[in-house]
Design a protein around this ligand. Sequence first.
Ligand code: PLP
Length: 662
Amino acid sequence: MSSLKFSQNPHVQMLQFPEKPSKKSSPIDYWTVQDARELYGIHNWGGGFFDINEDGDVIALPGGVDTKGVSLLEVVSGLKDRGIDAPVLLRFPDILDSRLRSLYQAFSDAFEEYNYQGDYRGVYPIKVNQQQQVIEEITKYGLEHGHGLEAGSKAELLAALTYLEQPDALLVCNGYKDPEFVRLALSGQKLGIYPILVVETPREIDTILAVSEELGVRPHIGIRVKLSSKASGYWSDTGGDRSVFGLNTPQTMVAVEHLSTLGMLDCLELLHFHLGSQIPDIRDIRDSVLEACRTYVGLAREGASMKFIDLGGGLAVDYDGSQSKATSSANYSLSEYCRDVVEVIQTVMDEASLRHPTLITESGRATVAYYSVLLFNILDVSQFAHTPIELDSTKEPDTAQTNIHHLKHVVDNLTPSNLQESYNDAFYYRDQVRTLFKHGNLTLRDRSTSEALFWNIIIKIASICRTVENVPEDLVGIESKIADIYYGNFSVFQSIPDAWAIDQFFPIIPIHKNAEKPSRRAVISDITCDCDGRIDQFIQNQEITNTLQVHDWKPGDSYYLGAFLVGAYQETLGDLHNLLGDTNVVSVRFEPDGGFALTREIEGDSVSDVLSYVEYDPKNMIRIFREKAERAVRQEHISTQERKSIIATFEDGMRGYTYHEE
Ligand code: PLP
């Protein structure tokens, strides 16, 4: 069947994968782990950090496919033994370390190739994942590379000032700045940090200069420019000359003149731009770097002491593994990104006979996306099963019931040659029955028979569609109409909000049983009881599909899925929809022998935590509930013993996890 495209989402484009060998589904009895790897494309999107072992378990790898991996299922069972339930967010500090190393190595290789004389200093934009553990680990692993931080608000600035350690640590200060912001940043400068105050609006220059004078500090100033270059992608509106941030060219010139008049032009050291996050097309990146370089040269020629060129974020993550210009992908590798930007900067600077600047990137997504995996268990399954239906043929059907007999005729006579006709008839007769029911001409039992027959037709059509070459256009995607619903113990809104808000794609696959052929097709629903709380975009056999091939589930089965590449942007954007709170978080360190250690546990929100976030007072609630129970005792609705146990249940509920507990 042809792939389903994301037709509802204007941002999402069709994926174009490289030519692939034709892969018909394996025969029922033949399935290997390699089939699972290919089905779910784990090598395409896993960045070398995830694989499936010969037992069929997904493993996380600290530093590429040659290293020993840790089975995620073993981690789950280790957590269970310690009383830590799913859903759980696993963080892999070693993966973070590895990403930082790769970033520095890729720039160092590009510098060598182009004989680039400048330095590379990355900064991590705190907004991408502000959790304390992330900042602590970025600054720890970043120490040997001189990795800095980017702060866009006073709270982020305080976090940066606390955790930056190395002398001359770069601290790029973006965002709107009031005098307090500037005072904090310049206080950091007195302590040996290297803050660069990036001017986002023309008025900020006066604030920066006033506070600098007050503190007796010469500030390091940057200018964020609006480029005319624009990129495709979800976040393209944050860049380009219609972006809300930064100075346009006339404003930039006014700023230069202002600084020059005050004898402060030597403080202008950095040019910053940000094209947007997740830029899938390398050509857009090259274009914008070229334009930024010309602006940099212009500023240097105006007399500014230019030292740094800051390319902002945008380095994309290949979430769907298609290596394409699709919004969830990237048509370039990390090393291609580095080579391309270095080549452009070197060429322009050499033409202008300027020293090669220190190159800064604010790569957030590409640094932390691989770092976290959300694991959740399946709680229940709802299936569309074929319901055998026999009609009483001895009785002459009345006019109303004739429609039901027509539906039965359609299901009995369905063949590959009348798929479309049967599909049309199914809708026609079912709708006739619904109308008759509304007018009181059919019983509830008749309506139930008609709906069951209708679904029998759809199920049969879908199964024939799987076997034929040319599927009528109307029937493409019919599979998703009869897909099972697998209810996952998590909240889309809390743990992967971008999947709901912007249709961001995240790879989701079973973390075990992959040595067995998956026999069901499902969409994944969360437990928020919101119809938007579902996932129906998956990558399989290099195509985007609306259903995920999963293993059969029976009540009592433990079945776990993982949502991968969720380390960037998801944690703090998540919300308390249905008052489902933060999940448990556990840090997993790889041991050289292939084992693992759980190094940090952060307990997820309890019910009382989330209630207090929305202004309830849990203690007061318990008091009110106790009084209610006491009234019930007085009115002899319950005994005192029952009161005791009801109150204990209420108090346990307050202390409990907001998700389904075993
Ligand atoms: N820098 C700035 C100014 C940003 O606004 C952002 C996010 O949009 C980033 C850096 C991080 O971008 P990315 O996560 O694509 O690296």
